[in-house]
Design a protein around this ligand. Structure first.
Ligand SMILES: *Cc1c(COP(=O)(O)O)cnc(C)c1O
Length: 381
């Protein structure tokens, strides 16, 4: 049996990428911006619907940063951010010299907790500063509690940046993730559900904000024959070559979503019989996850040496990659001095949670190897 490494999440080609890239080369559009970039934006806009306008950028991180710039976040301002997420959700807050305020997760969707969010907002206002924005994240593609979170944001009139980097194709009550926030963010990094080799997209509903975002992303060039700048600029536009890859990938988006969801059903069957393990699944029909990554929680049992790390080791011994859930940002050395509101839900998820191989390209052989590790591991305990 082949023993190649099984990865958590790998990109997969559609075969159409080369055509778009070749066209860019043939027409000498080898720069940031260009026809592929416009077409990629249009494809995404019609995929998302709801009058979404897309701005293609060089990364998801850039998209979050530009959202903060467009919201006027400046030095000393406070921005609320979900603690359980990838560091890229919060780093742009620091780029602006602003202060991140971290909020815990709830245990249903693993995303930002409505109760703690409101506690945080009230307390920050009491301390003299109303947060300028809320960064809420759909981790692993699983939609956060959209109704609850957005009604709190509305109540206090705080804009939401919806970090949908992992949630392209996920939806809530039939509406696509990335279209709920004042800004939506997608990532097309190599490990996401589809890729542009690297890239990101910012979503807005406002034509003037789209124009402003393109202006900032293209070095803030004022109208003049020479280069004239009145505002700080950024070199954040997506390259026409990357957009070509993104366009090719758009053709397999639905297929990839189906395959990732299939992986979740595969794990569901296996873990159904193992009572110390709980697979993450959507709470009810309102939630539709692309299941970018399938993840489990393990109930530790000291007597049997059952813990997250022992299962991770068992996978590793068979050359299969698995990874603990996101380490909460308020525990990360770079962020630990900033305020945090919560009840240690994210900490507990981090302690017990494991992400499993979830790529759309896993073969029957890969699946059998994964299944074998799990069966053998849980038979022993
Ligand atoms: C990947 C990711 C990002 C950053 O996107 P890049 O394109 O890699 O810059 C931001 N937030 C989350 C939750 C992500 O998973």
């Amino acid at each position: 049996m082949n023993n190649n490494r099984v990865f958590l999440s790998l990109s997969q080609q559609s075969g159409f990428e080369q055509g778009y890239v070749q066209k860019a080369l043939d027409t000498n559009w080898i720069t940031s911006g260009g026809p592929n970039v416009c077409e990629f934006e249009e494809k995404l806009e019609s995929y998302l619907g709801d009058e979404s306008l897309a701005i293609a950028l060089n990364s998801g991180t850039s998209a979050i940063h530009l959202a903060l710039v467009l919201l006027g976040v400046k030095t000393g301002d406070e921005v609320i951010c979900q603690s359980m997420t990838f560091s890229a959700s919060a780093n742009p807050i620091l780029y602006q010299g602003a202060i991140p305020v971290f909020v815990d997760s709830e245990s249903e969707t693993w995303n930002i907790c409505p109760e703690n969010l409101e506690i945080a907002i009230k307390d920050r206002i009491k301390k003299g500063k109303k947060p300028k924005a809320i960064i809420a994240v759909h981790i692993y593609g699983n939609p956060y509690k959209i109704d609850e979170i957005h009604s709190i944001a509305d109540k206090y009139q705080i804009p939401i940046i919806e970090d949908s980097a992992e949630a392209l194709g996920s939806s809530y009550k039939g509406k696509k993730c990335g279209t709920f926030g004042d800004f939506g963010v997608f990532s097309f990094n190599g490990n996401k559900i589809i890729t542009a080799s690297s890239g990101g997209v910012l979503i807005t509903k406002s034509k003037s904000l789209k124009e402003k975002a393109v202006f900032y992303a293209n070095q803030s060039k004022d109208k003049a024959v020479h280069y004239q700048h009145s505002e700080i600029g950024y070199n954040y536009r997506m390259s026409n070559i990357c957009a070509g890859i993104g366009l090719g990938q758009m053709s397999i988006l639905e297929k990839n979503i189906a395959a990732r969801r299939e992986m979740n059903f595969f794990y569901d069957e296996i873990y159904d019989e193992i009572f110390n393990v709980k697979l993450y699944k959507n709470t009810n029909e309102d939630y539709f996850s692309n299941y970018w990554l399938s993840a489990i929680l393990i109930e530790p049992n000291v007597e049997n040496n059952l813990q997250r790390e022992s299962l991770r080791d068992a996978f590793e011994n068979e050359n299969i990659e698995s990874r603990p859930l996101w380490k909460p940002l308020h525990l990360q050395p770079v962020f630990e001095k900033y305020p945090y509101y919560g009840n240690k839900v994210a900490e507990d998820l981090f302690r017990r949670g494991l992400c499993l191989p979830s790529g759309s390209n896993l073969t029957e052989n890969d699946k059998n190897r994964i299944k074998e590790v799990i069966k053998t591991f849980f038979e022993k305990i």
